[in-house]
Design a protein around this ligand. Structure first.
Ligand code: PZK
Length: 303
């Protein structure tokens, strides 16, 4: 845990509920506080070099997307304005400002809801082995980066810490949450993906795939939770470089990956060793890519 997030957990009345790779979750005053750090992961490691402002950029981007989706689905956001946060957090505004969301507490639906409009990653692996993705039959001849005729719902079950989520088929989703809820989250996932893909495409960014988490209010209403449509929960590709047949460059992490796997880093991905710290210029160029993604998508300057 970083010094900043340790300080939050030590506030009386604040309970640390969990950690993502680069985020922390707290309970305060019956609500949840999601805090995004500046940490970055690559090749399944959380690197020791933070990317300045990354947590703020992703929080602001997520907030903007929630606004683009209000007619499709309710979301869990209460406020990102630290002035409106519970009194317990009053003296910690500087730590939290811009990078935290106060959220409604939901009963989470334990399915990772993934929509894919392009074939890559674990979807491609299953396709190459069986011609399917999460049990959905796909046409022959697809390659890494191919666009699918229609986006597909490829759910996953959350794995233990350190493990990758396990792709499941729709029948397994039905067994886990029931058919009504399974159908509802599938339809919502696809509808949100379609909306977001269209918006991003108009701004030169391909949204290849994305993951949502949903929860329910006491009355059963399904609500969009977590952070949404950020580079940490999605694959963003520069549209002008899209060329099916090989792995696509990542909008945000390509400088990091290229440096880590290149000769300069002295790091061998297969060694099991922890990756080295990033040089300043890789950090700065990566920060610039997050800012660029934010500004292209939203049409606003990041400040
Ligand atoms: C909730 N996570 C994921 C884990 C993070 C995030 N609105 C909500 N109500 C109840 N539970 C959650 C949410 C949300 N969002 C989200 N786990 C539970 C998670 C670790 C760190 F930042």
């Amino acid at each position: 845990m970083s010094a900043a997030t340790a300080a939050i957990a030590d506030i009386p009345g604040v309970r640390h509920l969990g950690s993502g790779k680069v985020r922390e979750l707290y309970e305060v005053d019956g609500k949840l506080l999601l805090v995004a750090s500046d940490r970055i992961s690559a090749y399944d490691y959380v690197l020791e070099s933070p990317i300045p402002d990354k947590g703020k950029i992703l929080t602001q981007l997520s907030l903007w997307w929630f606004g683009q989706l209000t007619d499709l689905v309710p979301n869990h956001l209460v406020t990102t304005d630290p002035a409106m946060f519970p009194v317990e957090l009053r003296d910690h505004k500087d730590l939290l400002s811009g990078r935290s969301m106060l959220c409604e507490r939901l009963s989470m639906i334990e399915i990772e809801c993934v929509a894919r409009g392009y074939l890559t990653g674990s979807g491609l692996s299953e396709y190459d082995e069986r011609g399917t993705a999460c049990g959905i039959a796909l046409p022959p001849g697809l390659v890494d980066g191919s666009r699918l005729a229609e986006p597909i719902f490829t759910p996953a079950a959350k794995a233990a810490v350190g493990e990758h989520d396990e792709n499941i088929d729709f029948a397994e989703t039905v067994r886990r949450v029931g058919s009504d809820l399974a159908n509802e989250i599938r339809e919502l996932t696809i509808a949100i993906y379609r909306r977001a893909h269209e918006i991003a495409a108009g701004r030169g960014i391909i949204l290849a795939d994305t993951k949502f988490e949903f929860g329910q209010r006491a009355d059963g209403t399904v609500v969009l939770a977590d952070e949404v449509l950020t580079p940490d929960s999605s694959r963003f590709w520069p549209a002008d470089l899209w060329e099916p047949g090989h792995p696509q460059p990542s909008y945000d992490k390509q400088y990091v990956r290229d440096w880590l796997t290149g000769p300069e880093s002295g790091w061998d991905r297969k060694s099991g060793e922890f990756p080295p710290p990033l040089p300043e210029d890789v950090v700065e160029r990566t920060r610039a890519r997050y800012v660029e993604a934010y500004e292209k998508l939203t049409g606003s300057k990041f400040e």
